[in-house]
Design a protein around this ligand. Structure first.
Ligand code: DX5
Ligand code: ZN
Length: 231
């Protein structure tokens, strides 16, 4: 089980104000976030359309140095892997159902010097990990069906987190266990106890600007960290 100091909070910019995205990312990082979670949707693998590698590159050019966690909800996957490597992503994760050759896609990410990961939809079995544990740096469990922010956490994900945590611990490898969807102040501790160490939160963070300082998110980030400290 991860120790509290390993916990990382990754705001999903899907819920940020895209008209001022650079400032939003600066503000949330200055408020204490660890990782920028970057949701890429293609209106094909998921029924929504968001942002691509040009926007990732623009954030790097804007001066963002924090890790960028590119969550690819796209099909096919492989061409965009190269684009996100070039655009400065730190992690690239994809859904195994969206790749014809999961092992090859993971290797493409690692060959680019980027950390790799697989994403599991609520109904996707963890058995996709059976032969690739040595090729993943992150396992991302979706606790909602992918495509939209602001959905409710599916409680069945807690057992799945315990199973993923057991697989990671048994492997002895340094693999992050990320959770994505419906993470809030009132459930993050329970999610951490089930084994997650990296927490995506979109609407919970970006809809909770500090009352007095609209460019700051310290209040909600402190509340999330206080909950994690209790684990
Ligand atoms: C959903 C995305 C999530 C989304 C989470 O497909 O992968 O990252 O932004 O949003 P919340 O935290 O609002 O559930
Ligand atoms: Zn995501």
């Amino acid at each position: 089980m991860a120790t509290p100091r390993d916990f990382k909070i990754a705001p999903s910019i899907l819920s940020a104000n895209f008209a001022r995205l650079g400032e939003e990312v600066d503000d949330v990082l200055a408020s204490g976030a660890d990782i920028v979670h970057f949701d890429v949707m293609d209106n094909h693998y998921v029924p929504n359309l968001t942002i691509g590698p040009m926007v990732c590159e623009a954030l790097r050019k804007h001066g963002v140095t924090a890790p960028i966690d590119a969550h690819l909800m796209v099909k096919p996957v492989d061409r965009l892997i190269g684009d996100f490597i070039d655009a400065g992503a730190s992690y690239i994760t994809f859904h195994p159902e969206a790749s014809e050759h999961v092992d090859r896609s993971l290797q493409l990410i690692r060959d680019g010097g980027v950390k790799s990961g697989l994403v599991f939809n609520p109904a996707t079995p963890l058995s996709y990990l059976d032969y690739v544990m040595d090729k993943v740096d992150m396992i991302l469990l979706m606790s909602v069906n992918p495509g939209f922010g602001g959905q409710s956490f599916l409680p069945s994900t807690l057992d799945k987190l315990r199973e993923a945590r057991a697989r990671i611990d048994a492997s002895g490898r340094d693999i992050r266990l990320e959770i994505d969807g419906g993470v809030k102040v009132d459930n993050i501790a329970e999610i951490a106890r089930a084994g997650a160490d990296t927490f995506v939160a979109g609407s919970a963070i970006f809809k909770a600007r500090n009352a007095e300082e609209p460019n700051r998110y310290d209040g909600v980030l402190k509340a999330l960290r206080d909950e994690l400290a209790s684990v």
